[in-house]
Every structure is written in C-alpha cells, then in structure tokens.
Design a protein around this ligand. Structure first.
Ligand code: ADP
Length: 320
C-alpha cells in the first residue's frame, strides 16, 4: 500500500466519528478511499463510491480535481451546503476534505452586514448631534444613509437567493428559451442605468437564438452580468450580448476596466471584490450566485479579460 494511503487509512479510523468527510484520489484522479462521513455529506451510498461514482455532484467534483487554480469549492444541489477543500500531496495523490459550510456562511454574513449598519449608525448619530441643523449636511448624510440601505437590501436579497440555491429550493424548471427576447427584456430594464453612465448596450443575438434553461434563473444571470458590465465600465463604453462559440452558449462583452489576470480566479468567490473602495451597492455576491446557477444547470462560465480593454463572460449551457 502506498505511504499516503496507509496514513490516510490510519487517519480515517481516527476521525470516523467527526463530522468531516475525507476522500483520497490517486494521481490518476481515481477514488481509492473515503470515510463514512463523506458518504453522509455527499448524499451518496458506499456502493456508488465503490464504482467510482458520485451521484449528483460528479461534475463539480471533477471540476475541483481537474482544475489547477481551484482549491476550494462550494457544492450546489445537495440538501445542505457543503464545501470541498483540495490538498495535493507531494506524490500527486489528492485528498478532498468535505465539510458543512453553514458556520462559515453565517460568519461571513454577519461580517458583511455589520459594515452598512455601522455606517448608518455613525451617520444618524452625527445628524442627531447637530449635523441636522445644516441643510447641506442633512441632505448629504440622508443620501449616504439611503445608499447604505440600498446596499443592505441587495445583500439580504443576494443571501436569500444563495440559501435558496444551496438548499436546492430554487426551482429548476428547464425550458426552451428565446435568448434574444430574454436579453432584450434585461436591456430594457437596465437601459436607464446605462444611459445615466453613457454606456451603449447592443444585443447581437440572432432572432431565434435558443437555450435550454430555467427562465427565471436566466433573467438573474443575464441581468447580473450586464449590471456588472455597466458598473465596471467608464463613460462611453460598449456592451455586447453575443452568441458564444458553441450551440447553447452566449457571452456578455464589455469595453470596461477589465480584470487583472491574478484576480480572475477569485471573482466567483463569495464576497470577493477586486477594488473594495469602488462601486456603491456592490456586494461581491453577484458572480458567486451566477456561477451557482450555471453549475446547477450542468453548464460552465468562463472569463476572458484584459485590464483597461474589457471583459468577456462566456456561458456554456447543455443543449438538452
Ligand atoms: P459586485 O457586487 O462587487 O459587483 P460580483 O460578484 O458581481 O460582485 O463581482 C465580483 C468582482 O468581480 C467585482 O467586485 C469586480 O471587481 C469584478 N467584476 C465583475 N464583473 C466585471 C466586469 N464586467 N468588468 C470588470 N470587473 C468585473
């Protein structure tokens, strides 16, 4: 038995009573050992794993095993949120640690919610201490409070969405959708913000461009990507909605500020924002939700970007 597997078997016996899942893969990424709790968390049976099969999480587990930049991943589609951590041993064996994410999510949530609340408290206290008597200050502070409340609303809505997706409650009724029409609806909705920022949005999809997806979730994905393209582009920029390189794929291109190569792998993480001082109303949650939705569809999202030139977010969806 190879050294790492021996150590793994030993460890496995010790931790069998702990709520942590462990999976060991050899360097060919074949599953060779696991503990009991991994079965519980991944909602699968011993017999399935013996055949090397993960039921509903197969694609997501393959993604973390085969993608060198991804060392952590939230699994979607299970009844409880679960996180994977990848550890690569010196000899190429891979250990996946499986754990529940609830604790972590609650921690991050409270942290993110505390900031706007603290800001509102400071602003209202300043007003009460006398700033209210200066009409200019009064207006400025009220506007800031209003902005913070918008931010809180966005955060709470996004978190509700995440918890719905994670618990698998978000309906996933896939249908044929006319993407051109869907994108037109999103553009109409966001046109006022684009106009305000002097940004032009062009829908270049052909009239009969169809995808197979959940209509409500796709609204969310398209609006989020266009909203980001507007938020991260200077005045005079262009946004294009175009067919992607294969059937059932599409992309949102912008001529905006772009994303540095070292940031690209992080932008889908929950609460990650490249520049934390920019963009009011930014939560760092939008793309993590978009990615979850696309994962749930069995699809994939790709980003190509160059700083100061622009970004392209490409969505691939299965065609049936
Ligand atoms: P946010 O609420 O901050 O926009 P997202 O999860 O939607 O959160 O995006 C995460 C980060 O990715 C953003 O803060 C931004 O830095 C970067 N980003 C997303 N879309 C674009 C884009 N089209 N162009 C440049 N940067 C982007």
């Amino acid at each position: 038995m190879p050294e790492i597997q021996e150590a793994f078997e030993l460890l496995k016996n010790y931790i069998d009573d702990f709520p942590v899942g462990l999976l060991l893969f050899n360097s060919k990424k074949e599953l060779i050992s696991w503990n009991k709790y991994a079965l519980v968390l991944l909602e699968t049976a011993n017999e399935e794993l013996k055949k090397g099969k993960f039921t509903q999480t197969e694609n997501q587990i393959n993604e973390i095993l085969n993608t060198s930049g991804i060392n952590e991943k939230d699994l979607v589609g299970l009844s409880k949120p679960v996180k994977l951590k990848k550890i690569i041993a010196a000899d190429g064996n891979i250990i996946l640690l499986v754990s529940e994410t609830f604790q972590e999510t609650v921690g991050e949530m409270s942290h993110e919610l505390r900031r706007p609340i603290t800001n509102i408290k400071t602003l209202t206290e300043s007003l009460l201490l006398g700033a209210k008597n200066d009409p200019e200050m009064l207006k400025k502070f009220l506007e800031q409070i209003n902005g913070e409340v918008d931010r809180l609303t966005k955060l709470v809505n996004a978190l509700l969405n995440i918890s719905k997706i994670k618990s698998g409650r978000l309906s996933q009724a896939k249908k044929k959708i006319n993407l051109k029409a869907k994108a037109d609806e999103a553009v109409k909705l966001l046109q006022p913000i684009a106009d305000k920022n002097k940004i032009k949005i062009t829908n270049e999809l052909p009239d009969e461009y169809e995808i197979f997806a959940d209509p409500e979730q796709m609204d969310h994905v398209i609006q989020n990507l266009i909203e980001n393209a507007i938020k991260y582009s200077p005045e005079g920029a262009n946004i294009f909605i175009r067919p992607g390189p294969s059937a059932g794929s599409f992309k949102i291109d912008d001529t905006g500020i772009g994303i540095a190569p070292n940031e690209i792998s992080k932008i889908f993480d929950r609460f990650y924002r490249v520049d934390k001082t920019r963009a009011k109303g930014s939560s760092g949650l939008g793309l993590s939700i978009v990615k979850n939705v696309i994962d749930l569809h069995g699809g994939k999202i790709e980003v190509k970007s160059e700083p100061a030139k622009g970004s392209s977010f490409i969505i691939y969806l299965p065609i049936d």
